[in-house]
Design a protein around this ligand. Structure first.
Ligand SMILES: Nc1ncnc2c1ncn2[C@@H]1O[C@H](COP(=O)(O)OP(=O)(O)O)[C@@H](O)[C@H]1O
Ligand SMILES: N[C@@H](CC(=O)OP(=O)(O)O)C(=O)O
Length: 438
């Protein structure tokens, strides 16, 4: 029998009307057997996500402030859904337990995870599916990383006895039993983990847009939908800010070669985007599959005459970063210069320390740290066989009178990354999009 795993994001489960659409989608195919639910998301621009409200309660309680007003808002969200669906079902005992836990200062991960826990209970009740908790089934290791193999064993064992089930997204357990969440947006990862555990034929990721778009719709007007995209391209784009899917959601399905179909809960008739292991390169009808970007990067510029012949120069610099627990994004080099691109937030409080340590480590002539950089990734499997793509990007940027501050091309040749000033970020995205799409 065909098996599909479906993940519904917060926007798809934000109120009872959305729940009804979701149930209709699930019930329309017998193969739609395992459902991962997120916490209720925003109903409109001004609304708040339940995960954010829960976190607010956690902070209030930590500061010994009253949580009642915010906690009431959370209860009202769930009670509104239950009433709207006409269910004879109450979460009162669960609310009391969570409230008491918050007042007793349980960990923030436990508090934030309750959004998906409660929403999944309602959805299971509404569908008549089994509720299978992620606690003790999605497992983390002592160091906080995800325990992929053990989870796969435990989860496949539980799910093989349940033909239809709802599983909360976003969290699992530490070896000592406490709840741990993935980073924000992590229900996408849970969906991928479940798809692997049941060896699904397809992982459907249901959201509020009709697939992965060629650019962020908040920056470019009406971007086109991507029909097919490879795991590798998706990883590049999601890491660089195409926030439709969590950047780590690809790994569990990649191990079994399961495709992901991004679909729109509000337009279920649309085909959406298929994310596949590989597609025939000659089949790529576009050179560029998608464009994504992020603001908030800094550059550490290091100058030293003849650094090019100094053995161990790079290692000494990277050691400074490692000793300060800093990851770097890119490392463009010249003959006597090296630049390190780094996320601004990670370095903001230790800039002078890092500069001093680099001076000390390599006896540099000059070290400067510059903020305000945005990075844009132009990604496409079609770029490998096409000449002149870089030239087209650069001339489009030049024609828009934008200065390029950094260039990096990955060795797989499926992406070109450029750095521009944050103020030039949106104009640069727009001009690259119109060069390749319009
Ligand atoms: N390249 C892109 N394609 C589609 N959506 C994108 C892209 N980049 C950013 N987004 C944003 O991602 C949103 C969907 O992700 P998210 O809010 O996490 O949904 P969900 O609540 O369903 O998990 C879209 O509404 C859109 O604003
Ligand atoms: N509710 C969590 C996890 C999640 O994945 O949500 P969503 O599917 O709405 O992005 C968050 O807001 O981060």
């Amino acid at each position: 029998m065909e098996t599909k795993v479906l993940k519904f994001g917060g926007s798809s489960l934000a109120d009872s009307n959305q729940f009804k659409k979701v149930a209709e989608i699930i019930k329309s195919q017998d193969s739609r057997r395992y459902v991962i639910a997120s916490a209720p998301g925003k109903r409109d621009e001004e609304d708040q996500k339940v995960t954010d409200l829960l976190y607010k309660c956690y902070i209030l309680s930590e500061n010994e402030e009253d949580i009642d007003e915010v906690f009431k808002k959370i209860e009202n969200r769930y009670n509104g859904i239950i009433e709207g669906l006409g269910l004879d079902f109450s979460l009162k005992e669960e609310f009391d337990k969570i409230r008491t836990s918050i007042l007793h200062h349980v960990g923030s991960d436990y508090v934030c995870s309750r959004g998906e826990y409660l929403n999944s209970m309602i959805l299971a009740e509404y569908l008549g599916y089994e509720f299978i908790d992620a606690e003790k089934r999605i497992l983390f290791l002592e160091d906080g990383s995800f325990d992929s193999e053990k989870t796969n064993l435990v989860l496949s064992e539980v799910l093989k006895d349940n033909r239809y089930a709802v599983i909360p997204g976003f969290y699992g357990s530490m070896p000592n039993g406490t709840i741990k969440t993935f980073s924000r947006g992590g229900s996408d990862i849970t969906g991928s983990i479940v798809a692997r555990a049941v060896d699904a034929d397809l992982y459907e990721n249901w959201t509020d847009v009709s697939g992965m778009l060629m650019a962020d719709p908040r920056c470019v007007e009406n971007p086109k939908v991507i029909d097919f995209i490879t795991y590798k391209e998706l990883r590049e784009l999601s890491y660089m800010g195409a926030s439709i899917m969590h950047e780590d959601a690809i790994f569990p399905v990649k191990q079994s070669g399961i495709s992901i179909n991004i679909r729109n809960t509000n337009a279920p008739e649309d085909n959406g985007t298929m994310i596949v292991p590989e597609v025939d390169l000659n089949g790529a009808d576009r050179i560029v599959t998608g464009i994504a970007g992020k603001r908030g990067f800094s550059t550490i510029n290091i100058e030293k005459d003849m650094m090019n012949i100094e053995i161990g120069f790079g290692r000494k610099i990277l050691e400074v970063l490692e000793n300060n627990n800093l990851a770097f994004e890119h490392l463009p080099t010249g003959i006597d210069t090296m630049s390190i691109i780094i996320i601004s937030d990670t370095i903001k409080d230790i800039k002078e320390k890092i500069k001093d340590e680099i001076y000390e480590a390599v006896k540099a002539d000059n070290v400067e740290i510059e903020d305000g950089l945005a990075m844009i990734a132009v990604v496409g499997r079609g770029m490998v066989k096409e000449k002149g793509t870089a030239m087209r990007i650069f001339s489009a940027i030049k024609d828009a009178s934008i200065n390029i501050r950094m260039i990096d091309q990955g060795s797989s040749e499926i992406n070109i990354i450029i750095g521009v000033a944050e103020t030039d970020y949106i104009p640069a995205l727009k001009t690259i999009y119109s060069e390749f799409v319009e």
